[in-house]
Structures are given as structure tokens and as C-alpha cells.
Design a protein around this ligand. Structure first.
Ligand code: 4AZ
Length: 214
């Protein structure tokens, strides 16, 4: 049992995560365990309750993280009871792509440096959003599509890293947290001029609603 990826609750039986987290696991639902309401991985023991995965839905256009469409849904077998520690995050409203969020945070148990290790305690960092134009200038070798959103510091400093993938880029707007991004890719971690790249959830609200309405 090892930490695979992060995810976000978006419905009583639905977790949104990154498609690249599930590469090679498409038919292997029985290998996955979804833990909710956990802060420290050391809370997870043989007897810690978890959710089994009933269905994996990977975006039909997904090929690899840096090509986009890095989004997937996990349907858990049993509805999740919501508490202060495990509750859904709001999806952006359609057209929220224009909102300039100024209070965005990345969370996860991932590495705290490129050659690091998965963390026991859930970590959080504040990250400024970057325009796609600026992000494209940082990634001349890639196409930064309008279905991606970038965040980070010009000088590096703080970033998502290995193990954070699939987890949320959450932005608070008028007191409500929105799932603005899904941690997807980047060249290394916290390198100067190499922001983190996230799946822009606003562009996938229709896809999420269509695929969770079953
Ligand atoms: C990864 O390997 C990964 N700095 C996630 C995020 C970033 C880089 C790598 C962004 O899962």
C-alpha cells in the first residue's frame, strides 16, 4: 500500500483526480483505496476505513499529462458521509474561467523537493496564478492550452511535486472554495521559471457533470 495521488470530493460517490495517476490501472479498481478525512498518513492502518472504487472514468482524449485532458473520475462504492474533515469542494461555475483568483492553495502529501519523499502530514502552499501567455513563455517546448492553468513563483520557491498530482488547486472566492485546478505536471518542482501546470477545471465542468450523472 503506497500513496498514489491526491483527489477531490465532488459528489457523494465521486472523486476527481488526474488521469495520469491511473495509467496502467484502468481495469484495476480492486487495487485502489480512497482515504478521506485524513491529515496524517500515519493515521492509516489496516483497520482505517477506506472507500473501494467501483468505476474509473478517464477523459477520452487523455494521452499524457503535458498534452492536457489530465482528468479522471473515481466512483466509490459507497456514498461518502460529509464531515468537517471530508466534504465536497465546489466546482467552478461555467464561465468562471475569466475570474482572477487571488487566494489559491495547492495541497498534498507530495515531495517537498525534487528528490524528496512523500510527506506524512498534508501540506499546503499559497500559489499565485499565472496567465497562460506568461506560462507559455516558460514552456516554449510545450503547448500550454486554454484547458491548462499555471501557478507558481517566478523564482521557484514553492510548488506542487511528485505525489501531489490529482489533488486540488483550490481558490477561495467570496468565502467559498472552488476547485480551480487539478495538479498535473511541470518541469521538476519549484524550479525558477517553471511553474506548476494544472488541469483547468472550469473547462471540464460539463464533462464532470455528464460523467457523474450516472
Ligand atoms: C509529478 O511528478 C509532478 N511541479 C507533479 C507536479 C509537478 C511536477 C511533477 C509540478 O507528479
Amino acid at each position: 500500500m503506497k500513496h498514489l495521488c491526491g483527489g477531490s470530493i465532488v459528489g457523494k460517490q465521486w472523486i476527481v483526480t488526474a488521469a495520469h495517476c491511473l495509467e496502467g490501472l484502468e481495469g484495476a479498481t480492486t487495487l485502489l483505496r480512497v482515504y478521506a478525512g485524513i491529515v496524517n498518513q500515519s493515521e492509516i492502518h489496516r483497520n482505517t476505513p477506506f472507500f473501494r472504487v467501483q468505476e474509473i472514468i478517464i477523459h477520452e482524449k487523455y494521452e499524457m499529462a503535458n498534452h492536457g485532458y489530465d482528468i479522471a473520475l473515481l466512483k466509490v462504492e459507497v456514498p461518502i458521509n460529509y464531515t468537517t474533515l471530508q466534504k465536497p469542494i465546489c466546482l467552478p461555475s461555467k464561465g468562471d474561467g475569466k475570474i482572477t483568483y487571488t487566494n489559491c492553495w495547492v495541497t498534498g502529501w507530495g515531495y517537498t523537493k525534487e528528490r524528496g519523499k512523500v510527506q506524512d502530514t498534508l501540506q499546503k502552499i499559497f500559489v499565485p496564478l499565472i496567465t497562460n501567455e506568461d506560462c507559455q513563455m516558460s514552456y516554449r517546448e510545450h503547448k500550454i492550452t486554454n484547458k491548462m492553468i499555471c501557478a507558481g513563483y517566478e523564482e521557484g520557491k514553492k510548488d506542487a511535486c511528485k505525489g501531489d498530482s490529482g489533488g486540488p488547486l483550490s481558490c477561495q472566492q467570496n468565502g467559498i472554495w472552488h476547485l480551480v485546478g487539478i495538479t498535473s505536471w511541470g518541469e521538476g518542482c519549484a524550479r525558477p521559471g517553471r511553474p506548476g501546470v494544472y488541469t483547468k477545471v472550469d473547462e471540464y465542468v460539463d464533462w464532470i457533470l455528464k460523467n457523474t450523472s450516472t
